[in-house]
Design a protein around this ligand. Sequence first.
Ligand code: GTP
Ligand code: MG
Length: 379
Amino acid sequence: KPPIIVRDLAVALGLKPFKLISEVSQATGGFAGINSSLDEPVAMKIAEKYGFLLEVKHRGEAVAPQKVKTADTKAKIEEEEQKNLTPRPPVICILGHVDHGKTSLLDAIRKANVASGEAGGITQHIGAYQIEFQGKKLTFLDTPGHAAFSKMRARGADVTDIAVLVVAADDGFMPQTDEALKHAQNADVAIIVAVNKMDVKGANIEQVKSQMQQRNIAPEDWGGETITVPVSAIKGTGVDQLLEMILLQAEVLELKANPKAEASGVVIESEIEIGRGSVATVIVQRGTLRVGDALVCGQHWTRVKALFSDKGEQIKEATPSTPVRIIGWSGTPDSGATFRAVKNPREAERLAEEAEQRTRKEATVAAAEPKEVSVEQLF
Ligand code: GTP
Ligand code: MG
């Protein structure tokens, strides 16, 4: 078979030759030039990386990789993706004003679920956990206030499918309730209102409902569309109804993901643990995360040596919507940052280094640039 010439491949892929040359050098580990010849498997690999399906047509002696990335191949890839889409559990974020009972509600949900007693003392803080209710899995996020939520959103990583807005029945809507509502609306997630503290004296659900109507999120029994569930996190009442409503909402959303893809997802929180180094709790959004995977997350990377479930058990793999703890990162990844699996640890390290250099360069440029004066300052 006649060889494939770098120049021809560049033309076919629509890439600048120098760009391709560096790709080829990396792929083969040697020096390459514009007239270098390539083995077909190497050319295929490079083409694939750019989303092309390489088709080599040998016409006599002359070789030209044919036009490759066509709408057709793209459609094929998408079709494959569609075929692999599988239902996944919903990811639910609990939001609301300070002290309205977010953490208590999360505890109540978990207690209702672990009545079997597997998790005796639920004292330690867990950023994300998964429960099973009526045979279906649900993933909950405990966010310290809505700051984390908006941070995640700002990074374009919408992990949340459903927001549960907790409103204390005695207080009603408060400034942070409104802020949380705004965030949830901006993120375009389904909203369910949990009217908490129904057990306290002075609980006034009608007032909360009228406040909802004023905010254009009228409850269902007021002719609106917002599912509203009265609960008491302390007494545990209404928790099952809330879970049922969440499941119902999740069904409507028809949430799906491709478990066969390379794993990717979002960091929920991270910390340095003595003896374990940098630990990150992540949620897998796509693909299946496995022990042995090489991950890159911004400037940090890791080769997964062990995965831990929200219950602290060691697991082999994590499918979409599963919260999982990963230890042994090269540094501490930021919450809200996205991670993805790459082909090997070397690649992960290289990408992390590149990201670091970019950040450093940006920082230098930002420091060197004269500060712009705003119009307001001028007046
Ligand atoms: P922050 O994380 O500080 O924003 O608070 P939070 O929204 O997580 O509230 P948390 O669950 O910490 O509850 C605040 C207080 O309200 C605690 O003293 C709880 O015991 C109390 N509380 C929460 N839910 C209920 C409830 O349903 N009934 C009653 N009576 N008290 C509740
Ligand atoms: Mg709390």
